[in-house]
Design a binder for this molecule. Structure first.
Ligand code: HPA
Length: 272
């Protein structure tokens, strides 16, 4: 693992023109932020040594690096999911690379189903905490002490100061921002009404098939995390409607400009 990390980091260091301090992972249909970047490097994931290849719909699989207001940014436009068959170590490899490149803040977006009945399709929600129900953890196996601790503390995984900052910037931008707990599931099947009732009862406001593994590795590396999810469909167990990947992607694409505006206002305010 350490050899692979070095090889990939060297490859990217030779190509990036700025040291990235902020890393962004975009979710399904949510890649709009790349248009805000004065981009000077774009590299397809399949040209980056040791990167897995993204197969999910709505995910382009491109690394975009540049600046916003002179701050070095690296964006992974497209991500890897456990349901594609990758191991949790494989899907979080890019987070390790971001850490080695110099990233201090990881901003994550993803599409999610809304479980809190006060939410509506198209809402944005800042994640205050998560429940990892994927059944997997990217830190299993021998711990590489050079990368982080064996038992990383998760009591402030979604940095409360960053949650506050997102709320402040949303208010200033006139954007309604919900707040809540994200449950990460393995997928790829969507939830039954009984599963939906269960995850709501254990404390979830939103549910998705990503994010939790990446956050665990970011915390292991000492990177601060902010996650904002787009509520692409509402899942209410007593009146469960059909959802489709097409509908989820279409709603995410509609929400993307709002999320880009919010990221654009948050980024210059991060204390680097
Ligand atoms: N369930 C799980 N993942 C999702 C959903 C959902 O309803 N919507 C978007 N990602």
């Amino acid at each position: 693992m350490l050899n692979k990390i070095k090889q990939t980091t060297d490859f990217l260091n030779n190509r990036l023109q700025n040291t990235p301090r902020i890393g962004i992972i975009t979710g399904t249909g949510l890649g709009g932020i790349t248009e805000e970047i004065s981009a000077n490097t774009e590299i397809s994931f399949n040209r980056i040594p040791n990167f897995p290849i993204s197969t999910a719909p709505g995910h382009r699989g491109m690394l975009v690096a540049g600046t916003i207001k002179n701050i070095g940014i690296v964006v992974l436009n497209g991500r890897f999911h456990l349901y594609e068959g990758y191991t949790p170590q494989e899907i979080t490899f890019p987070v390790r690379i971001m850490s080695e490149l110099g990233v201090r803040y990881l901003l994550i977006s993803s599409a999610a189903g809304g479980l809190n009945p006060q939410f509506e399709t198209g809402d944005l929600m800042v994640v205050t905490d998560h429940i990892n129900l994927t059944g997997q953890n990217p830190l299993t196996g021998p711990n590489l002490d050079a990368l982080g601790p064996r038992f990383p503390d998760m009591s402030r995984a979604y940095d409360p100061d960053l949650v506050k900052l997102s709320e402040q910037k949303a208010l200033e931008s006139g954007i309604l921002l919900r707040k809540g707990v994200y449950v990460g599931l393995l997928g790829p099947s969507l939830e039954t009404p009984a599963e939906t009732r269960f995850i709501r009862m254990i404390g979830a406001d939103a549910v998705g098939m990503s994010t939790v593994s990446e956050v665990i590795v970011a915390i292991h590396c000492g990177i601060k995390v902010m996650a904002i999810v787009a509520i692409t469909n509402m899942n209410l167990p007593d009146s469960m409607k059909e959802s489709s990947a097409e509908e989820i992607t279409a709603t995410a694409e509609k929400t993307a400009p709002l999320l880009s505006t919010l990221w654009k206002n948050i980024i210059p305010a991060l204390p680097l």
